[in-house]
Design a protein around this ligand. Structure first.
Ligand SMILES: NC(=O)c1ccc[n+]([C@@H]2O[C@H](COP(=O)([O-])OP(=O)(O)OC[C@H]3O[C@@H](n4cnc5c(N)ncnc54)[C@H](OP(=O)(O)O)[C@@H]3O)[C@@H](O)[C@H]2O)c1
Length: 337
């Protein structure tokens, strides 16, 4: 008898998670009743916000030891009792780290990206893409000639922000760790320049690539995915009326203590606007974001990367790689063909 495989949180990590904090469990296949459908997971998305769920600090709630890990996946419908959904259809839904699930009306998106790969519904055409598009357009208010700085520029959110900003006429500067990511950001994603913060002091890179715009610094828009020293250095270089979008805190997800942040005096001096980004607030822009980003992918103006692992049993180890900063591109687990 085929069984459903699930990945559970085994214990709550202190510090970076490892494969030992997750365990596989097998149980009976779920059964679809009226107005439900049985789906098989094809691609599972792994995202930094899951670290916040594990430590109970994420706004979507906590995952406790013994719980199935939560997450969004692209799945194929195996059988359906739902009007308008048939076997073979592809959907995206928050079905969690498991091989099979039952979905109900209103909790999934039917996919249809023409010629583009379905896994993109979890990355550049999914939640991270919407974060980039809405965060930049709505909160960053970019205009041609602005200089945009973005951290974690080789990640899905950062790379998409930088490329959309370039398409809107901004000068785009990325921050990424290591020579491989540096080369991809500049050569493939076509940022104007990049600071490899593992090989150059961030403040030296900012002086070189974001020279001051008197009376203040040279960064018009800073899209922050990491927090910490990089955020502080970027804010020390804000231009007059700069916009700062606080989107992610990669440097802090694995710690329990909250380090001192940038002093408010820097915001006041630059008359800057600092705005927090929560992707859930921008659902109304999803269709527009998908249309635009898909068109840019097809025209070759926007590139993306996927970091694909095969096998649901490797989800825990892959998530540990993500939280150590060792992944490069949208982190996906391929669960079935
Ligand atoms: N606010 C929202 O609604 C929202 C929605 C989606 C995502 N986000 C946030 O956006 C950020 C980017 O998300 P993403 O999905 O595109 O992931 P991602 O950029 O692939 O995130 C992982 C990358 O973060 C970088 N990083 C920097 N400092 C790190 C550290 N101390 N430890 C580990 N990694 C570090 C690493 O790149 P380098 O090697 O280049 O440093 C790493 O590869 C995350 O902070 C995420 O939480 C927020």
């Amino acid at each position: 008898m085929p069984q459903n495989m699930r990945i559970l949180l085994k214990s709550t990590p202190v510090g970076p998670p490892g494969p030992e904090h997750f365990e596989a469990a097998h149980c009976d296949m779920p059964v679809a009743t009226e107005n439900q459908a049985l789906v098989e997971t094809l691609y599972l998305s792994l995202d930094p916000y899951m670290r916040g769920q594990i430590s109970g600090r994420h706004l979507s709630g906590a995952v406790k030891p013994g719980d199935t890990m939560r997450g969004e996946a692209v799945s194929r419908v195996i059988s359906s009792n739902m009007k308008g959904l048939k076997a073979g259809d592809l959907i995206a839904a928050h079905t969690g780290w498991q091989s099979h699930a039952v979905i109900s009306d209103g909790v999934f998106r039917l996919l249809g990206f023409d010629a583009l790969p379905p896994s993109l519904a979890l990355g550049v055409l999914g939640m991270p893409g919407l974060t980039a598009y809405a965060g930049l357009k709505r909160l960053g208010e970019p205009k041609a000639g602005d200089r945009l700085l973005v951290s974690s520029a080789a990640g899905t959110v950062g790379a998409t922000v930088g490329q959309i900003a370039r398409l809107m006429g901004c000068e785009t500067i990325g921050i990424a760790g290591g020579p491989q990511k540096y080369a991809w950001v500049t050569d493939t994603a076509k940022f104007a320049a990049c600071i490899d913060y593992k090989n150059e002091k961030i403040r030296d890179g900012l002086m070189r690539l974001c020279p001051p715009r008197p009376p203040l610094g040279g960064v018009d828009i800073y899209f922050d995915n990491v927090g910490g020293d990089v955020l502080l250095a970027a804010m020390e270089n804000m231009a007059l009326h700069a916009r700062v979008i606080l989107c992610g805190l990669m440097t802090q997800y694995n710690t329990d203590s909250i380090p001192a942040g940038p002093p408010p005096g820097l915001i006041i001096r630059a008359r800057a606007t600092v705005r927090g980004m929560v992707v859930y607030d921008h659902e109304d822009m999803r269709a527009e974001a998908i249309d635009k980003i898909a068109a840019w992918i097809k025209s070759g103006d926007l590139v993306y990367r996927e970091d694909m692992t095969i096998g649901l049993e490797h989800a825990g180890a892959t998530f540990a790689r993500l939280m150590r900063g060792e992944t490069f591109g949208k982190v996906i687990v391929k669960v079935a063909n």
